[in-house]
Ligand binder design. Sequence first.
Ligand code: SAM
Ligand code: DTB
Ligand code: SF4
Length: 344
Amino acid sequence: MSTSDTRSEAASGKLCTPARMGATGAPRWSAAAVMALFELPFNDLLHRAHETHRANFDPNSVQLSTLVSIKTGGCPEDCGYCPQAARYHTGVADEDMLSREEVVAAARAARANGATRFCMGAAWRGPKERDLAPVLDMIREVRALGLETCATLGLLREGQAEALKAAGLDYYNHNIDTAPAFYGEIITTRTQDDRLATLERVRRAGIKVCCGGIVGMGEERSTRAALIAQLASMNPYPDSVPINHLVRVPGTPLAGTPALDPLEFVRTIACARIAMPKAMVRLSAGRQEMSDAVQALCFFAGANSIFHGEKLLTTGNPGAERDRSLFARLGLTTMAAPRGAPRG
Ligand code: SAM
Ligand code: DTB
Ligand code: SF4
């Protein structure tokens, strides 16, 4: 079949369909089917993604999450992208955990700025038992403010997901980061299977799964397609899917990675939307370096959640004023908190 035949078949939807049905009847995606989406002409891909988006969500409404790093730096892992790994010289210091009061103050400020979800991140391989108790207190207090709670603390051991759930955790973020074939080039200190075991614990405990990855790490398009296919084939697929654009932090092994074509990033968002029609697709790290026009294309392609606030964990994020002005120019509104009016 010639490329143009493949393209016209793909555009008409014959190729770009889920490969098989999962046990519950949910469609599963093969890497080849997602690759066929990536290969569509840009307008065909965005048209299909936007139609999918519109069929499942208000296309003009975006959810705001705010991140706070409750334990910064000094991480023993070797994730090649990460400024918080102790072994890289990035200028990020190994700090003590924030106090409960500091976290609650940050959550109040996030709520005042319109965030409906508050995500607490820690630079750990996983929480030690003595670390978990203060985090559980933070979760209880943040939830009492009427915010949805999210935590990203690394690998969880047996029983820890249940403790987080009992404290009121709504979401746990744990990314698979990239497709299995490329994973070993980026991280060696924990496997993808370790991550999948944590995701399974989270799901079994009844916590919603937030799981995505990073693009722009020098991977091929086929790797991006395999990442989206792997996420979409989880049964069920994640409730929330953060798509991070690598933030190239000096001192990390990936600092010198050539820049990804911004339109390829938009394609990745579009493929995530088509393959996971009902997930919240979060335009995550990398927004500060992205033009407003590229962000607008991402929202058109199906992104409906962002991290809002001056900072991600250790790197910068567009300020509140830049987001406010972009939302005004695009006629976007922010999604209301799912549990109604904030308390506290
Ligand atoms: N330590 C925990 C873990 O790894 O699960 C939680 C925090 S970790 C910083 C959360 C995620 O942030 C990573 O899985 C990765 O996807 C993303 N991330 C970290 N550094 C990044 C960077 N420089 N650019 C883009 N995304 C990044
Ligand atoms: C996710 O997927 N992206 C966020 C959140 N989950 C925890 C983190 C991005 C971190 C970017 C690098 C930093 O600020 O340190
Ligand atoms: Fe540690 Fe998480 Fe950074 Fe990996 S991504 S080095 S586990 S903080």
